[in-house]
Design a protein. Structure first.
Length: 158
């Protein structure tokens, strides 16, 4: 099996980046698992792993410091666009994010950007509905104590 070429597309700021340095560890109909280094170096964030839940519409990432200690878990609400002809997977960031801290604290981010994108016409009502439904589904998983069912794909990497 040939793994797809990965792209990350953002609405705010508008950009599409080829994730040429991300390493795909596994890929099937349900998940795609990658390891990566930060595109833009940050003070604490050095590298991490991401699990793309292809049927769920979200991506769960483990953000790590240089010493491999956990910074936090970062969850993106996304839309996956697969170009079969070019074997390319584009992850469209639908703006809303969830951070899960090591102590269990949960924070939802960037809901204001959803409103801005809708008002500016850069996000359709259909994508807004998908985003909110996926955000709700992921929060239900986290709040019910079942986030470990998503983390296991990354936690089980040898």
């Amino acid at each position: 099996m040939t793994y797809p070429t990965l792209y990350r597309k953002r609405i705010i700021p508008e950009e599409c980046i080829h994730l040429k340095d991300d390493i795909i560890l596994t890929c099937n109909d349900d998940i795609l698992l990658t390891k990566w280094n930060t595109l833009k170096p940050k003070k604490e964030l050095h590298h991490g792993y991401s699990c793309y839940f292809l049927k769920e519409g979200f991506k769960v990432s483990q953000f790590l410091r240089e010493d491999n200690s956990l910074l936090f878990w970062y969850c993106d609400i996304v839309e996956y666009l697969f170009d079969k002809e070019n074997n390319a997977l584009t992850t469209l960031d639908l703006l809303a994010d969830i951070v899960v801290c090591p102590d269990g604290f949960v924070k939802v981010l960037d809901l204001d950007e959803l409103a801005d994108a809708l008002e500016q016409g850069t996000l359709s009502q259909d994508l807004l509905k998908k985003c909110l439904n996926r955000l709700n589904r992921l929060l239900e998983i986290i709040y019910s104590g079942n986030f470990c069912t998503l983390q296991k794909y990354i936690n089980n990497i040898p």
